[in-house]
Design a protein around this ligand. Structure first.
Ligand code: FES
Length: 570
């Protein structure tokens, strides 16, 4: 092991070193300051219910660190509870990443174990770790166990959409709806569908940043603590081997993550998060890579939101490694994991235990899964759709636009009996991109008009510059770039325009002559609805956030600063 970074704080005989040591001594063993100082960056918070249990996970990690000669130091970092934080947790992802990066750099830390779970927590930790580039490994908090309501399993998130649509359609009473709340969240852990949290944990393992086999372990499962303990032991080895993110995360690692994303039928949010992490590492990952690498990968996992089962079933059925074994030929065998071994080395002994939940390659749920990247005169820089979550009959569709200038405008008018909309219409929602909202909320899966629900319509084409919850489904075109508030052509669409969606042809267009479209002027009501904060993080965010097609990071956070701190104030 080369000289520890922390020695620069503790190793001298001057007054500064005295101060650093004295304030941290507090009963530590005499040799504590010569040992590796390992941070446990913990996103546990009472306001992030999915991560509330991470204190116990941290304790297991710390035991492992201590046993192998390190000094564990718990570092609470910014935590984002997806269901709690307003206006949307995505507004704060970059702030959480920046704060974590700076605190890792500012402190006498040699390596870090990152504890996350709820949607934005693992992405922000990965972005921070990539930019500070200390040896780092993730322990995912794990999904919750399956809850049941009236004898039927409830997938948290996905079934909220389903049940609320049932209430709107008049087939479920309000009282029954409220009663299902306490059944949905059965245990500690994050959402148990193949939503964003599950997706991010699994593809982080595919990237190589989690001990293989650990992601997807349910939060209350004692094997999670065993894995946390083992990770605590491993991190000291990482330090000895100087295995930093920049030394083993490559384009091949991201290629494997994209294959995994497609094979598990993961959340579209992973696209924007992976692009942001790659940007921190200087890896040339583009939106088109998701289509090129992922769109021909078979989707093998039958989990909600598109399928039937939940994460507890997924883990029982063999988990990520069983999935990856089926698509082994599509993986890049050169990509290494945090252990120093290639990901593919972990696939020999990874059987499928339940082929209803995880299908054999020969019998996929969807022959070609993944994310399709669309371009056209409505999305010059790209938009995405998850075909596996869409209605096959709508993947090629031509319909009349019904346009909403903001989510508030949408809520005010969507259930108006006089709204001129039918099942063939295309619902267009704008003002929901990174700048316009701000923070690119998960609103793209717009609820359908009540009158159409009552008539039995269950899906329509929807187009939006926002994101979609990983637990949602439907024929939804999202992440349209540039967004309306950044001058994208979405701002110029009018109700009555004909929109053409052609997923096989990878196109999203409005039928109009280019000249006539270019002469249009955005309407004032829409512009007045775009966010325009005068100070604080929101102002900084709007001034610097990039578009979805490049990861929606702040422009000045792209890349890495490393872990060097050159000056000291004492
Ligand atoms: Fe935390 Fe779904 S709300 S993972």
């Amino acid at each position: 092991m080369s000289q520890l970074r922390s020695v620069k704080w503790y190793g001298g005989e001057d007054r500064n070193s005295y101060i650093h040591r004295a304030w941290m001594r507090r009963g530590a063993p005499g040799d504590a300051f010569a040992r590796p100082q390992i941070a446990v960056a913990n996103t546990a918070s009472d306001l992030t219910p999915c991560n509330m249990h991470l204190g116990e996970v941290a304790a297991a990690v710390k035991n492992g660190i201590y046993e192998t000669g390190g000094i564990p130091l718990e570092l609470p970092v910014v935590s984002l509870g997806e269901t709690q934080v307003r206006p949307t947790a995505m507004l704060w992802r970059n702030m959480a990443a920046m704060a974590t990066e700076e605190m890792l750099r500012a402190n006498p830390i040699d390596a870090v174990v990152l504890l996350g779970g709820c949607d934005k927590t693992i992405p922000s930790l990965l972005m921070a770790a990539a930019s500070v580039d200390l040896p780092a490994v993730v322990v995912p908090g794990g999904p919750m166990l399956t809850g049941t309501f009236r004898g039927v399993p409830l997938g948290c998130g996905t079934d909220v959409w389903r049940l609320s649509e049932e209430v709107r359609a008049g087939t479920l009473s309000q009282e029954q709806f409220v009663r299902s709340e306490s059944a949905m969240i059965r245990s500690r852990g994050h959402c148990n569908t193949m939503g964003t949290a599950s997706t991010m944990a699994l593809i982080t393992e595919a990237l190589g940043m989690i001990v293989p086999g650990l992601a997807g372990t349910p939060a209350p499962d004692s094997r999670l603590l065993e894995g946390a303990h083992a990770t605590g032991r491993l991190v000291v080895d990482l330090l000895r081997a100087d295995r930093r993110p920049s030394t083993f995360l490559t384009k091949a690692s991201f290629s494997n993550a994209i294959v995994a994303l497609a094979a598990i039928g993961g959340s579209t949010n992973a696209v924007v998060h992976l692009l942001a992490v790659a940007g921190r590492l200087g890896i040339d990952l583009t939106l088109d890579d998701f289509d090129r690498i992922g769109s021909h990968v078979p989707m093998l996992v039958d989990l909600q939101p598109a399928g039937r089962f939940l994460m507890e079933d997924f883990h029982r059925a063999g988990g990520l490694l069983a999935v990856l074994r089926e698509v082994r030929d599509l993986l890049d065998s050169t990509a290494l994991t945090i252990t120093g071994k290639p990901l593919v080395d972990y696939l020999d002994d990874a059987p499928i235990w339940d082929s209803e939940v995880i299908r054999d390659r020969a019998a996929p749920i969807v022959v070609e899964g993944g994310v399709a990247v669309l371009r056209g005169n409505l999305a010059p820089d790209g938009a995405i759709i998850k075909p596996a979550a869409a209605s096959p009959n709508l993947l090629q569709h031509r319909g009349r636009a019904v346009v909403f200038d903001s989510i508030e405008d949408f809520h005010a008018r969507i259930d108006d009996p006089d709204l001129d909309v039918d099942a063939d219409s295309v619902l267009v929602l704008r003002g929901c991109g990174p700048k316009g909202y701000p923070g690119m909320p998960e609103v793209s899966n717009m609820p359908l008009p009540k009158k159409l629900l009552a008539a039995g319509v269950r899906d329509m084409v929807r187009v939006c510059d926002g994101r979609m919850s990983g637990t949602a489904y439907g024929t939804v075109v999202l992440h349209v770039a540039p967004e309306a508030a950044a001058g994208g052509p979405l701002a110029l669409v009018r109700t009555g325009d004909i929109i053409v969606l052609d997923v096989p042809g990878r196109r999203l267009d409005v039928e109009t002559s280019e000249d006539a479209f270019a002469l249009r002027i955005p309407n004032n009501a829409m512009i007045a609805g775009f966010a325009n904060p005068q100070r604080g993080w929101e102002r900084l965010y709007i001034d610097h956030v990039m578009q979805a097609d490049t990861g929606a990071d702040l422009d000045f956070l792209v890349g890495a600063s490393g872990s060097t701190v050159s000056r000291e104030s004492h």
